[in-house]
Design a protein. Structure first.
Length: 482
C-alpha cells in the first residue's frame, strides 16, 4: 500500500509539472501547554490567448490557483485587464484546479511546484493547522495594506482555526457563502400539486408526488452522490433542527440525532423518488439535469445563483425556499461560510508581488464587480454599502437569514474509516449500511480520534461557554488540553 501511495504521488506530481509548463477565545489550561466536477486543471493565464503578454521577460509571473469555476468569466476578464494595465511588473497566470484541490496543493508544495497564491474558502475542508505545520502557507499580517484592511474589515473576519491561528492571519475572506437552500422547479411542483416542504416528512412526500406526476420523465429529487451530498444540504437540515456533529457544550462528537434525515433520504431512495443514477453522479451532471427540467428538488448554497444563470442556464423557472427541518421549527443556526480568500504560499517567488495580487483581488473595484455579478455575498459592511443590490440577480434569493451564522471551527481529527459526511451518506442509500451501527461507529471513532489528538498535543478540546444553537458565534470559545 505504501508503495502504491508513493507511485500515485509521483504520478500526480508529474501530471502537475507537465500541465503547469467565529468567536472570542480563552485558554483555561494555558499554563499546562505553554500556549467550506470536471477536469482537474482547466484554467490558463488570463491574457495567454490574444494579449501576447504572457512570458514577457520584464514581468514577474505570479501563479494563482483556484478551485472555482462559477466565477471563471469574471476572474479571467479582470485578470486580463490587470495584466494589460498594471505598472507593477506583474503577470498573473490563473489556473483552475477542480479535482482533489487540497491534495493537489499538498503535492505541489511537496514537489516545489506550489502556486504563489491560491484561493481558499471555509468550505474547502482545509485543515489550516496542517497547512501551517507542513509549510504550505505563510502568514500575511505584515503585508496587509490599510486600504485592504478597511475594505475587507480584517479585524471583524478573523475565525480561529479557519483563517487565523493565534495572532497570525493566513487568509482574509472577502465574501460569504450562504447556508444551503432548497432549490426547486416551479413547474414540476405545480404539476404535482405540492408546495416547498416545511418538514422532512413533507420533503419525502413531495419527492414522491413529483416523481409520480413525472411519469418516468422527471423525478422528485437529485443528489450529487460523488460530490459531498451530505454537506451540500442534508447537513443543513440537521443544523436548522438543532443538530450538529460536534457538541459544543460537552466538547465531544455526537451523531445520534442525524438519524431522522438519514432515514428520510433512504425512504426517498426506497420510494424511487430519486433521479436514476444519482448516487454515482458528481455535482455538475446533477446541475445539468436540474437545469434541463428533469428533477424537482436540488439543494445547495449561494454559488448556484451564478451556476444556474451562467454555467447551466435553467430552461424553466426555478425558485428558492428554506430547507425543511425535522419538526417545521428552526431550532439551530444554518452554517454560513466565509469564502473567496487568497492564501500566500510559503514558496512564493516574490512575496511582495504575490501580495500585490491578493491586494488587487481584495480591492473595492474588484469586489464591487464580483459581488454585483452575483458570485458571492458581501462579508464586510463596507462592501455591502458599496454594491448596487439591483444588479446582483438571483443572488438576492440567497440573502442571509436571521438564523444563519458562522460556527466555531471544530478540532480537526482523523478517525478510522471514512469521514462522517460520507459515512452518513452511505447509510442513506437503499443498500447502505445499518443506520444505527453507522452512527454508533462514528461516535466511537471520532471521539477516540479526538482523545488521541488531544493527548498527543495536536489539538485542544473546544468547549463554548454560553452556547446558543441559534447564535453559535456569540459564545466564548475555551480550549482545553484534556
Amino acid at each position: 500500500m505504501r508503495k502504491l501511495k508513493k507511485i500515485l504521488a509521483f504520478v500526480l506530481s508529474l501530471t502537475m509539472l507537465l500541465s503547469l509548463a467565529g468567536c472570542s477565545s480563552t485558554d483555561k489550561n494555558k499554563s499546562e501547554t505553554g500556549n467550506s466536477g470536471s477536469s482537474g486543471q482547466e484554467g490558463k493565464a488570463a491574457g495567454d490567448a490574444g494579449s501576447g503578454s504572457a512570458g514577457n521577460a520584464s514581468k514577474t509571473v505570479v501563479t494563482v490557483w483556484s478551485n472555482n469555476r462559477h466565477d471563471q468569466s469574471y476572474m479571467e476578464k479582470m485578470i486580463e485587464e490587470f495584466n494589460k494595465t498594471n505598472t507593477l511588473g506583474i503577470e498573473i497566470k490563473y489556473v483552475i484546479q477542480t479535482d482533489n484541490y487540497v491534495n493537489m496543493l499538498t503535492i505541489a508544495s511537496t514537489s516545489g511546484q506550489s502556486p504563489d497564491i491560491f484561493a481558499i474558502s471555509g468550505s474547502d475542508e482545509i485543515d489550516l493547522q496542517s497547512f501551517v505545520d507542513s509549510g504550505i502557507v505563510a502568514p500575511i499580517n505584515e503585508y496587509l495594506t490599510d486600504t485592504f484592511k478597511t475594505v475587507n474589515e480584517v479585524d471583524k473576519v478573523q475565525y480561529e482555526g479557519l483563517n487565523v491561528i493565534g495572532d497570525k492571519i493566513y487568509w482574509v475572506p472577502t465574501g460569504m457563502r450562504s447556508g444551503s437552500r432548497l432549490i426547486y422547479n416551479t413547474e414540476l411542483f405545480k404539476n404535482a400539486g405540492v408546495n416547498p416542504p416545511k418538514t422532512v416528512d413533507e420533503l419525502v412526500a413531495d419527492a414522491a408526488a413529483i416523481t409520480k406526476a413525472g411519469k418516468g420523465k422527471s423525478y422528485g429529487v437529485i443528489f450529487p452522490g460523488q460530490s459531498s451530498p451530505f454537506s451540500r444540504w442534508l447537513e443543513g437540515i440537521a443544523q436548522m433542527s438543532g443538530v450538529t456533529a460536534y457538541d459544543y457544550v460537552k466538547g465531544e462528537f455526537n451523531f445520534d440525532n442525524f438519524k431522522p434525515i438519514v432515514q428520510a433520504v433512504r425512504k426517498m431512495f426506497d420510494d424511487g423518488s430519486t433521479f436514476p443514477g444519482t448516487a454515482s453522479m458528481k455535482i455538475d451532471p446533477i446541475r445539468a439535469q436540474f437545469a434541463e427540467g428533469n428533477v424537482g428538488i436540488h439543494g445547495n448554497a449561494s454559488q448556484e445563483a451564478g451556476v444556474l444563470t451562467e454555467q447551466f442556464p435553467m430552461k424553466g423557472e426555478w425558485a428558492v425556499a428554506d430547507l425543511p427541518t425535522y419538526t417545521g421549527e428552526v431550532k439551530g443556526a444554518l452554517a454560513i461560510t466565509p469564502n473567496f480568500g487568497w492564501a500566500l504560499s510559503s514558496q512564493a517567488k516574490d512575496v511582495q508581488k504575490a501580495m500585490s495580487v491578493i491586494d488587487y483581488f481584495g480591492s473595492e473595484e474588484f469586489l464591487k464587480g464580483y459581488l454585483e455579478g452575483g458570485y458571492s455575498l458581501p462579508i464586510s459592511s463596507y462592501m455591502k454599502d458599496k454594491i448596487d443590490t439591483s444588479k446582483v440577480g438571483r443572488m438576492a434569493d440567497f440573502s442571509l437569514k436571521e438564523y444563519e451564522d458562522v460556527y466555531p471551527t471544530v478540532p480537526a481529527v482523523t478517525p478510522e474509516g471514512v469521514n462522517y459526511q460520507d459515512a452518513l451518506w452511505n447509510a442513506c442509500l437503499s443498500d447502505g449500511l445499518d443506520i444505527d451501527e453507522t452512527i454508533a461507529a462514528l461516535n466511537k471513532t471520532y471521539n477516540e480520534a479526538l482523545d488521541k489528538a488531544i493527548s498527543m498535543g495536536k489539538v485542544k478540546r473546544l468547549v463554548v461557554e454560553g452556547y446558543d444553537p441559534l447564535h453559535p458565534s456569540k459564545g466564548t470559545c475555551t480550549y482545553l488540553t484534556k
